[in-house]
Design a binder for this molecule. Structure first.
Ligand SMILES: [Zn+2]
Ligand SMILES: [Zn+2]
Length: 91
């Protein structure tokens, strides 16, 4: 039980740690291997990111910025729809 708790604690510390807990090795660095842990896709309005575990012991994070809506006219141009997420808006 104690062991599980300390593992959970270490994981929480890793995930909530400040920026310095991330390594800055590039993913292609042949001296280190990065294992993908979490991937959050960017949407029209929110940023996404990929979280890797580096063989150096730190985490590596790459960010993907929100793409923004891709508006396209529908119904005679009175309404616009985002071709990516399907959200509509009045023009
Ligand atoms: Zn690293
Ligand atoms: Zn959209």
């Amino acid at each position: 039980m104690r062991k599980i708790l300390s593992v959970l604690l270490a994981t929480a510390l890793l995930l909530t740690g400040c920026g310095s807990s991330y390594c800055d090795h590039i993913l292609m660095d042949p001296n280190y291997s990065h294992t993908l842990i979490t991937k959050v896709d960017a949407t029209c309005t929110s940023d996404g990111y990929s979280l890797y575990e580096c063989s150096c012991g730190k985490l590596h994070k790459t960010s993907v910025f929100a793409t923004g809506h891709m508006w396209e006219d529908i119904t005679d141009g009175k309404l616009q729809m985002c071709t990516t997420c399907g959200v509509t808006r009045m023009k």
